[in-house]
Design a binder for this molecule. Structure first.
Ligand SMILES: Nc1nc2c(c(=O)[nH]1)N[C@H]1C(S)=C(S)[C@@H](COP(=O)(O)O)O[C@H]1N2
Ligand SMILES: [Mo]
Length: 512
């Protein structure tokens, strides 16, 4: 028999490396059935990667991949691991001990990545450690089988052993990996618990806003964003699954009377419905990262009063089960606005991805400083003493929503027939409200648009404008809003970092 060619040896080494790595990941997944989804090696590594992602890369990802950014990241983690495993497998043919040690080291690094996640406990070390150990055992075993099989004097039985060993391990890894994943999904599933939640009856039932909150213009978005279309922005690679029976909210820090409440206690409080538009700081001019919903929540202010917040405490540092930290001004909760702990959105218990069973909402502030999903801890502290997650990453500690406006109809670049062209869109300056919207055509005078009825100052306001005698050709249309305090939206162009993009949305329209 011929000995394997150089290419054949590399291919066998890479294959053995991949199978060993896959076996390791499968073992990690099975261990994570006990220790929790986010402790699984790939998830932990991905969450660690998110935590060290520089702000420019985070911005690039959100711009280019939007809500698919997490899939892109996971693919990145898998590709990196696969390359490393393949190279290690080739190395193993000449430096077996070294390659096996390197495999174990990758496991140790994964374990450190896992245990340093803010929500981790020491058990999170186990999946990656055992994954590394399994891979470091499979690698030498298959490598030795493969070296024997590649020798010129190899017996058919040695070939068979290599083929069966490799295929058998690969098949076992696939079954264990996918099985473990499915088992995790089932074990930690909270959709049944969510379906069982009986929503509290609001003390104040809000009437539906009048139909006139939305101009009757074809193609304009609905006033309330359907929950299925509501944007999602968070750092959670796997969704936190919080069983309401285990949920507790702790209020502590600079308070006289720290306390803890269960979900049932929370539901026994006074609940109110409130219409509010949630805006992400990462929303570029005219971007999609905002949505409007009817929320059901209990006011946060009475809970703070019950705790007795110290006069010097100016920040609520809220933490979610996945370790996100968000810093909000105490003043914004106590100044009379409807800051709430929400349990429902658009008439349904909060969807898991929007924070089930409970999230915080403060009108007028960007989500990253107010809208903690899966919230379980409110620590009263000071902006001077505490940094929330996004602060060291370049975002402002405090961030009211900036006055913004958007043209939704027609779409930029669209061709419309000459004559009267109907323009329509949305404007928001949450909590300050919108007092006026103006449009400008081809650097002409700013002309007042027709505002739809206002719902609350905390919601966006839709608008329309009849552009009479639009002449043939290409035109530029701009929009700007004035908020409830009389301040006109700034034309200064600024990016998302550090506290929200500004500038006017401008579109081109072809009139034919
Ligand atoms: N636990 C947690 N809460 C979070 C975040 C997060 O990453 N983790 N992101 C915040 C940001 S930046 C925004 S804009 C809103 C988005 O809420 P949504 O996904 O329900 O639209 O949630 C906020 N709450
Ligand atoms: Mo955000």
């Amino acid at each position: 028999m011929r000995s394997a060619s150089r290419g054949g040896r590399i291919a066998r080494g890479a294959l053995v490396g991949l199978v060993a790595g896959g076996a390791g990941l499968a073992v990690g997944e099975l261990v994570a059935v006990a220790t929790g989804e986010a402790s699984a090696p790939v998830t932990a590594a991905g969450n660690w990667a998110i935590s060290i992602t520089p702000t420019w890369l985070e911005q690039f990802a959100i711009r280019n991949f939007g809500s698919n950014d997490k899939t892109v990241l996971l693919i990145g983690v898998y590709v990196t691991l696969a390359l490393a495993a393949a190279v290690d497998g080739v190395l193993a043919r000449t430096r077996l001990t070294l390659a096996s040690i390197l495999t174990a080291v990758v496991g140790v690094v994964g374990a450190i990545a896992a245990v340093t996640r803010p929500a981790a406990d020491t058990s999170w070390l186990l999946p990656s450690l055992l994954a590394g150990l399994a891979a470091a055992l499979v690698l030498p075993w298959l490598t030795i089988l493969s070296l024997k099989e590649s020798e010129p004097s190899a017996e058919p039985s040695e070939r068979r052993r290599f083929v069966l060993g490799t295929l058998g391990t690969a098949a076992g890894a696939l079954v264990a990996g996918y099985g473990g994943d499915a088992w995790i999904k089932r074990r930690y599933d909270v959709s049944a618990a969510r379906a069982k939640v009986v929503l509290p009856t609001p003390a104040k039932v809000l009437p539906r806003p009048p139909a006139s909150v939305r101009p009757n213009v074809r193609g304009l978005r609905p006033f309330f964003t359907p929950t299925s279309q509501f944007y999602r922005v968070d750092t959670a690679l796997t969704l936190p699954r919080v069983d309401p029976r285990d949920w507790k909210l702790k209020i502590h820090g600079m308070v006289d009377r720290p306390f803890e409440i269960t979900f049932d206690e929370l539901l026994s409080y006074r609940f109110e419905e409130h219409d509010m538009t949630l805006v992400c700081v990462s929303n570029p001019v005219a971007g999609p990262y905002l949505g409007n919903a009817r929320w059901l929540g209990t006011p946060l202010a009475p809970l703070l009063r019950r705790a007795g917040v110290h006069r010097r405490a100016d920040m609520i540092l809220s933490t979610s089960t996945d370790g996100m930290t968000i810093g909000s001004p105490v003043e914004a909760v106590l100044d009379g606005r409807q800051a709430i702990l929400a349990v429902a959105m658009n008439g349904e218990a909060l969807p898991i991805k929007h924070g089930f069973p409970c999230r915080m909402l403060i009108p007028g502030l960007y989500g990253y400083v107010s809208a903690t999903k899966w919230v379980t801890d409110l620590n009263l502290t000071t902006f001077a003493a505490s940094d929330a997650y996004w602060t060291p990453r370049g975002y402002s500690p405090q961030a009211p929503v900036k006055t913004s406006s958007r043209i939704d109809v027609p779409a930029s670049g669209a061709t419309v027939p000459a004559g009267t062209v109907v323009l329509a869109g949305t404007a928001w300056a949450t909590h300050r409200g919108i007092a006026a919207v103006e449009v400008q055509i081809d650097n002409g005078a700013w002309r007042e648009a027709t505002l739809a009825a206002a719902d609350t100052p905390d919601t966006w306001r839709q608008w329309s404008y009849r552009w009479a005698n639009a002449s043939k050709g290409s035109h530029k249309v701009k929009v700007r809003a004035t908020d409830g305090t009389g301040a006109v939206q700034t034309s200064a162009v600024q990016g998302v970092v550090p506290n929200g993009a500004t500038g006017y949305h401008t579109i081109t329209v072809q009139v034919s």
